[in-house]
Design a protein around this ligand. Structure first.
Ligand code: FAD
Length: 350
């Protein structure tokens, strides 16, 4: 079992809409430090399944660590989806779920910059956490656009009304209902966003919606570095069911020439490990094979959980979805995709 998986009790289940529930977790004292999280991060839940033993699904925390909330995830049913419907139908207060520690990098680095928040449907979940935190921690102006099918499908409608009433000078909330106005076009969104175009953008929702928002942002010449996006998808890997490497293993007939291996020094959890690093072995796989408890969730470069810093030496990634140009130029990499280029490499997990 993944060393970052823990059993948590569900303290309360809140029905948010006909299609969405929030699960509030109790964190036992000995796990408090492991479940410290930042606004915008997510938990990964193990959902039992008779076909495969279990499936793993990520759910963003809708609670704010800065507002005295207990850690809470909010799950909306995906039509025909397995895990979301299982969670909505089966979980009650007092149940125990297996949950990975918080992860993700859809997290504002400062609370002083004005924010343009765009969400559709269940995409409101991390946005709600960011919104509440920003109102508590900084003085930024915040514009939220929240798109939904109809009035009944708005998650957190009373909370948003209350926040807008309490912060009239800082927060504007615009609801876009498909039932009243149709789907928003990029032109509609550009018109709405124009007066907020110097804000940092945080965007979360279904692919069609995020693509339209991005077109609008391009029309307004908002630079990519100001745009942060959380992409929802179901994991194909299952971090609960195994703990060894999956890919890029050479077939047994191709022995690894250890003389050609690089050497990596890894600082993680206050310890330093020095290991031979075969040229075709991804860093995360190398660490897990040596029993080193490196953080990971998706292993597909999407979640950003295995982010680490190259302090010395050269590496390259096979694939990158989670890191933006700024992070790459500062020397960050994703362990699940990283191979060595130079003979020696120093890595730090922060
Ligand atoms: C970072 C991140 C944050 C997210 N945050 C949220 C959030 O806050 N709120 C939210 O609602 N969603 C969120 N999501 C999306 C969420 O993780 C799921 O993708 C979504 O709930 C759909 O999952 P699903 O299993 O219901 O649907 P699907 O993934 O479409 O389910 C179908 C899949 O389940 C498998 N399956 C079907 N039946 C079984 C069975 N009996 N046993 C085993 N497998 C079966 C099938 O192979 C099929 O591939 C987030 C995703 C990411 C990556």
């Amino acid at each position: 079992m993944n060393a970052r998986a823990h059993e948590l009790e569900v303290r309360e289940v809140i029905s948010e809409t006909a299609d969405a529930v929030s699960l509030i977790f109790d964190i036992p004292t000995d796990l408090t430090r492991r479940f410290v999280y930042a606004p915008g991060q997510y938990l990964t839940l193990r959902v039992p399944g008779d076909r495969t033993g279990s499936v793993a699904r990520c759910y963003s925390l809708s609670s704010s660590p800065h507002c005295g909330d207990r850690p809470t995830v909010t799950i909306k049913r995906t039509p025909g989806g397995y895990a979301s419907n299982w969670l909505c139908d089966n979980v009650s207060a007092g149940d125990i779920l297996t949950v990975l520690e918080p992860a993700g990098n859809f997290v504002p680095r400062t609370w002083n910059r004005d924010l343009l928040l765009c969400a559709a449907g269940s995409g409101i979940t991390p946005i709600m956490s960011i919104l509440k935190s920003a109102l508590t921690l900084g003085n930024a102006a915040i514009a939220l656009l929240y798109a939904n099918r109809d009035r009944d499908s708005i998650i957190f409608a009373p909370q948003l009304r209350d926040l807008a009433r309490r912060h009239p000078r800082r927060l504007t909330v615009t609801h876009w209902l498909e039932s009243e106005r149709g789907l928003p076009t990029s032109r509609d969104l550009a018109t709405w966003a124009r007066s907020h175009r110097r804000h940092d953008v945080y965007l979360c929702g279904p692919t069609g919606f995020t693509a339209t928002v991005k077109q609008a942002l391009t029309q307004l010449r908002i630079p990519d570095r100001a745009i942060h996006q959380e992409e929802y998808r179901s994991l194909t890997d299952n971090p609960f069911e195994h703990h060894t490497s999956l890919t890029t293993e050479p077939p047994p007939s191709t022995p690894i020439a250890t003389s050609d291996a690089a050497t990596v020094r890894v600082d993680i959890d206050g310890e330093t490990h020095t290991l031979p690093w075969p040229r075709n072995k991804k860093l995360l796989d190398l660490l897990l094979d040596h029993g080193i408890d490196a953080p990971y969730v998706c292993r597909e470069s999407a979640c950003g959980t295995c982010i680490c810093h190259v302090d010395q030496g050269r590496t390259h990634m096979l694939h990158n979805e989670a890191l933006i140009d700024d992070e790459l130029s500062q020397g960050y990499t994703l362990a699940c995709q990283t191979l060595p280029d130079s003979d020696t490499v120093d890595i730090t997990f922060e």
